[in-house]
Design a protein around this ligand. Structure first.
Ligand SMILES: C[S@@+](CC[C@H](N)C(=O)[O-])C[C@H]1O[C@@H](n2cnc3c(N)ncnc32)[C@H](O)[C@@H]1O
Length: 285
């Protein structure tokens, strides 16, 4: 299959959603209805790079993807189980299975909103419908994480939520495709929205400059950059810098931690891959 990718802006990131969607499926985390032919093609295209990197003792894409995904799942499980969170907005959800998975596991205890750019939201809705995966507690909406106001903004979406229930906002695989000012803008918008709910938490993955040094990692970043036809931004030099930026953006509590490495379906544990990414756990208090 010929792979043709858009070249600029937010739309250029969308092909990676097909790739990660296929990785989640391939590792038993997703439903076949959310795996696309584009995802499968990208997965096979990237295999030699992953194999080469691993043979040289380096990281793999799957290593950091599985580590980040499971870590965010665990944070969200805890937040819902404790009763702190009853509503979830997953920004840039792409073809991730999390909305479907949490909605089927928690039923009416949660309301799960997946939000992505209009085209991806349409595609996700169609795929969920075709595979019979829709539930009343799960919806997919169009949203632009860069919009301050208007129909596609987070502020407008938040007005449709129950003001009496705690909210979690999630981003996964989004931040490092944008420059620092854009990320700080997103964080300010997230914190401003979360403040108006009884509990407001934010979970994400984030790659730091301090974890991504060395020749192997630079080659690896290039692979990722070639997917998105652009640069991968490493905004912060350390955990402390990133935590300070979250505080300044309006989060009263913020910490970054290293996710546990996770086994692939082949039983391989990629510690180097997991070490490339940090998990953000922030809250408005
Ligand atoms: C790397 S994919 C990650 C998808 C999913 N979170 C996952 O981990 O499988 C990035 C996603 O960000 C979405 N995206 C890019 N720019 C966006 C924006 N400005 N607002 C909302 N979503 C955006 C893309 O459409 C794509 O679905």
């Amino acid at each position: 299959m010929k792979i043709s990718l858009p070249t600029r802006g937010s739309d250029a990131i969308s092909p990676t959603a097909h790739y990660t969607g296929y990785v989640w499926y391939r590792h038993g985390l997703s439903h076949p209805g959310l795996a696309t032919p584009q995802g499968r093609a990208l997965y096979h295209w990237a295999r030699p790079f992953n194999f080469g990197s691993r043979s040289l003792g380096g990281p793999t894409l799957e290593g950091f993807l599985l580590a980040r995904h499971r870590a965010i799942d665990a944070l969200l499980d805890q937040a819902i189980a404790s009763g702190a969170v009853g509503q979830v907005i997953e920004v840039a959800a792409g073809l991730s299975p999390r909305g479907w998975d949490f909605a089927r596991r928690y039923g009416s205890r949660i309301h799960y909103v997946e939000a992505d750019l209009p085209q991806m939201a349409l595609r996700k809705r169609a795929r969920l419908a075709a595979a019979g995966l829709e539930t009343p507690q799960h919806r997919v909406v169009a949203l632009d994480a860069l919009a301050d106001d208007g129909a596609l903004s987070l502020a407008t979406l938040a007005q449709s939520l129950d003001p009496g229930k705690g909210v979690a906002i999630i981003t996964e695989g989004l931040l490092n495709y944008f420059d620092t000012d854009t990320v700080l803008g997103m964080w300010r918008r997230f914190a401003a929205v979360l403040k108006s709910f009884p509990t407001g938490v934010y979970f994400s993955d984030l790659h730091l400059a301090s974890d991504n040094r060395g020749a192997q990692t630079r080659v690896f970043s290039k692979l990722l950059g070639s997917f998105v036809r652009g640069r991968v931004h490493l905004h912060f030099g350390s955990v402390a810098e990133a935590e300070a930026a979250l505080h300044q953006s309006g989060f009263g509590k913020a910490r970054l931690f290293a996710p546990e490495p996770q086994p692939t379906t082949a039983g391989v544990i990629d510690r180097k891959g997991a070490a490339l990414v940090r998990i953000v756990e922030a809250a408005c208090v």
